[in-house]
Write a protein that binds this ligand. Structure first.
Ligand code: SF4
Length: 235
């Protein structure tokens, strides 16, 4: 069986398997925290871009003391990485007056693309992506645990193109490896998350990329043109 066939079979099996409503899990955990804790717990929030992060920040802010981690060696090329990061900084300044701390890791795209090359022909959402999700989540989880954060999570469950069950499964597995930090289960696209994000993006005129991040997703994007991508920004 080739990778495309294996991916199709995987999707079929996923469709038939029972799903957990992780948005409900998130709401329950937040309610529990508000009832039991006097102080807001700390949460390290891995964020891939401001489009995916703007609504989760609104959602989490009243319950948690949030710090954002921008760790995305999957973004190619460096100018795109810098653009997504600068939009992130701009939004935190304009919307949050820089009250939410942002941790940035240096660009490591060259090295990371080599580690993704095993799956250069994989369809998006398959094993190359599983590797990519887990590398970034593991990095963030380890940082959160090392620095005593109460919770870690990622905004990547926001994306409609990605399987939120998968992120939560990875999060649950990683949680067993770390002694202090707990994984915060989520599905940020639920409860009209996409519409809420769209409204924020329009209000702040945020740059919307048209590919996921790596060089393979960039090349697979039909009619991809860096100049056109810049024009995607609503003027
Ligand atoms: S398509 Fe996105 S998630 Fe998949 S490997 Fe590329 S950057 Fe990572």
């Amino acid at each position: 069986m080739n990778e495309i066939e294996a991916f199709r079979q995987y999707l079929q099996e996923r469709k038939q398997s029972p799903k957990i409503n992780y948005h409900q899990e998130a709401l329950k955990e937040m309610e529990r925290i508000r009832e039991e804790k006097e102080q807001k717990p700390t949460l390290l929030l891995h964020a891939c871009c401001i489009i995916c992060a703007c609504w989760p920040l609104d959602f989490l802010h009243d319950t948690f003391d949030v710090t954002v981690l921008f760790h995305n060696p999957n973004i190619w090329p460096e100018e795109e990485y810098n653009l997504r990061l600068s939009e992130f900084r701009r939004y935190l300044k304009e919307r949050w007056n820089n009250e939410i701390p942002l941790i940035e890791t240096p660009y490591q795209g060259e090295e990371f693309m080599k580690s993704l090359s095993f799956g250069k022909d994989h369809p998006e959402g398959w094993k190359r992506c599983f590797f990519c999700y887990e590398e970034r989540m593991r990095y963030g989880f380890a940082m959160a645990d090392r620095n005593g954060y109460d919770y870690f999570t990622t905004v990547m469950t926001f994306s409609r193109q990605k399987d939120s069950q998968k992120f939560n499964e990875i999060g649950a597995r990683l949680q067993k490896e770390f002694s202090h930090t707990r994984y915060f289960f989520s599905d940020f696209k639920k409860d009209n998350g996409q519409l809420k994000s769209k409204a924020i993006c329009e209000a702040y005129n945020l740059y919307r990329q048209n590919y996921c991040g790596c060089v393979y997703s960039m090349l697979n994007q039909k009619g991809n043109d860096p100049d056109q991508r810049q024009m995607d920004r609503v003027e």
